[in-house]
Design a protein around this ligand. Structure first.
Ligand code: UGA
Length: 447
């Protein structure tokens, strides 16, 4: 195997996973971040991100001498043994959604400004962050160097399984107008034996949006189908199982829910819509995907209203509700664009009194005490306490522990025995046995 000297700028979720995993493939990796305190913690092996296996991998690769951390991109240039410079520079800095749904590229620009001129001839600059089509070309322009190539190498990691996804990818995508540079980047991953798509930069950049928007569309479709199931008396679990056996559709990503969220799908759907708008293309399917998702949150509120008041227009004023799960999905402590929080805001607007419980926030981080509220939702230390006096219990995140809660104890704590399970994860028979009425999404006989 050919080990390379790799510099990774940005030690967020993508950068840290990339750095640690590339080191585990045998490369010499120096990771840079502008946050001094964070670098200091990483040097001590403290990883702030909740990601299975990541802290262990960071510790293992650091002590093996293949992974190190420095403050600032400039320092990373000189961070390699024997004073040699990086052969590959991975840009893993944030590209948040700016005004009008356009990704904000200031962080990419500032790294180029800082180290662009000092890169060794022949270095390959790799864009790993999700970026608008044309960013590789823009990066090359900013670099103003003909001896440094720019490559787009989007990541397809899921939060909660990032290390596993990195080391066992469905595919590697490398796009560049410089074939030799693209092949050098692809070679970094050779040991993984994954299918590799070598393409031009614009196609690689678009591919990331295309994948996330397709996934979002799949989910909006399932959520709409669940609503239709309710209206015609069908069952969404059976329908998705049946269609999922068709290999062209697949079983994955077919669970209905309170709407898709997180830091990626919402950002990327809006960004692709923006790309389409600028290209004078009316992407109606994508707009409908987003609208269906926005509507899904209101649909959950309507369901709660009907379940609690018996009327579509009933009042939720001063109605106490327990919210189980606040993160955007299970296995993470990430609250960004969480459907649970969007639903909480709508419920609060409707006058409801909320108490939340989420297993990700039972303990505080870094020696601090556990939070007492999130986004204005007061937190209880366990599900039973959250359910105390509630007129309905809402399951909003698919944490596996919710399946096996002591539902009889919850039934004894609530004021009214209603469970609105927006993830369809709790066995309705278990709820019934505990004396609770289950309301799911598109489930037979559960309106
Ligand atoms: C997503 C993509 O799945 C990754 O491939 C991609 O690399 C990543 O974005 C990114 O762009 O960085 P992630 O945001 O971690 O990953 O979350 P997902 O697991 O995709 O879930 C997204 C949302 O869909 C969550 O709110 C989740 O609860 C929801 N979901 C997912 C469902 O409602 N039903 C499902 O069957 C699956």
């Amino acid at each position: 195997m050919f080990a390379r000297r790799v510099m990774v700028v940005g030690t967020g979720y993508v950068g840290l996973t990339t750095g640690a995993c590339l080191a585990s493939l045998g490369h010499e990796v120096v990771c840079a971040d502008i946050d001094e305190a964070k670098v200091e913690r990483l040097r001590r092996g403290v990883v702030d991100i909740v990601e299975p296996g990541l802290a262990e991998l960071v510790a293992e690769q650091t002590s093996a001498g293949r992974l190190s951390f420095v403050v600032g991109a400039g320092a990373a240039l000189d961070g390699f043994e024997d004073g040699r410079r990086a052969e590959v520079l991975f840009l893993c800095v944030p590209t948040p959604m700016g005004a009008g749904g356009v990704a904000d590229l200031r962080a990419v620009e500032s790294v180029i400004e800082e180290v662009g001129a000092a890169l060794a001839p022949g270095t390959v600059v790799v864009n790993k962050s999700t970026v608008p089509v044309g960013t590789a070309a823009r990066t090359a322009e900013l670099l103003e160097r003909t001896d440094v190539a720019v490559v787009s190498n989007p990541e397809f990691l899921r939060e909660g399984s990032a290390v596993k996804d990195f080391l066992g990818p469905d595919r590697i995508v490398v796009g560049s107008d410089n074939q030799d540079a693209a092949e050098r980047v692809a070679a970094l991953y050779a040991r993984l034996g994954a299918p590799t798509v070598l393409t031009d930069a614009a196609s690689a950049e678009l591919m990331k949006y295309a994948a996330n928007c397709f996934l979002a569309m799949k989910l909006s479709y399932v959520n709409a189908m669940a609503e239709l199931c309710e209206r015609v008396g069908a069952d969404i679990g059976d329908v998705t199982e049946g269609i999922g056996y068709d290999r062209r559709i697949g079983q994955a990503f077919l669970s209905p829910g309170p709407g898709w969220g997180g830091s990626c799908l919402p950002k990327d759907t809006h960004a692709l819509l923006q790309v389409a708008d600028s290209a004078d293309f009316e992407f109606r399917l994508l707009r409908a995907t987003i609208d269906t998702n926005t509507r899904q949150r209101q649909r959950i509120v309507d369901k709660v209203r009907l379940a609690v008041t018996g009327k579509r227009t009933g009042s939720l004023s001063r109605v106490r509700l327990a919210l189980l799960g606040l993160t955007f999905k299970a296995g993470t402590d990430d609250l960004r664009d969480s459907p649970a929080l969007a639903i909480a805001a709508l419920l609060r607007q409707a006058g409801a009194e909320l108490v939340g419980f989420d297993p990700a926030f039972v303990e505080g981080k870094d020696g601090a005490s556990a939070p007492t509220e999130i986004d204005g939702v007061p937190l209880a230390g366990d599900a039973v306490s959250a359910a105390q006096g509630a007129e309905a219990v809402l399951v909003l995140t698919e944490w596996p522990m919710f399946r096996t809660l002591d539902w009889a104890q919850i039934a004894a704590a609530v004021k009214r025995p209603i469970v609105v399970d927006t993830r369809n994860i709790v066995d309705p028979a278990t709820l019934r046995r505990a004396g609770l009425t289950a309301v799911g999404l598109g489930r037979r006989g559960q309106g």
